[in-house]
Write a protein that binds this ligand. Structure first.
Ligand code: SF4
Ligand code: SF4
Length: 75
């Protein structure tokens, strides 16, 4: 039941640090880094529990996220 249902790949160098994704993530599994990218912005990091809902991808103005969903049924 607690198996992750999805994951995201985060292109940290594209991020502008707006934090919209942090607010948008329903299970609250994105946190901002303490490090900055080469442009000087903090960026999101994924903690466990992603559902693959795509909310972060939809809200991000800079196409930082790729979302993958695991097929729990193995179909
Ligand atoms: S896909 Fe959904 S659950 Fe996963 S990090 Fe993005 S907003 Fe959060
Ligand atoms: S919404 Fe996109 S640009 Fe804004 S902090 Fe999140 S990943 Fe970075």
């Amino acid at each position: 039941m607690n198996q992750p249902r999805g994951t995201v790949v985060i292109d940290t160098e594209r991020c502008k640090g707006c934090e919209l994704c942090i607010e948008a993530c329903p299970p609250d599994v994105l946190v901002m880094s303490t490090e900055v990218n080469e442009t000087g912005y903090r960026y999101p990091l994924l903690q466990s529990g992603c559902t693959g809902c795509t909310a972060c991808r939809m809200v991000c103005p800079d196409q930082v996220f790729e979302v993958y969903r695991f097929d729990a049924r193995g179909a």
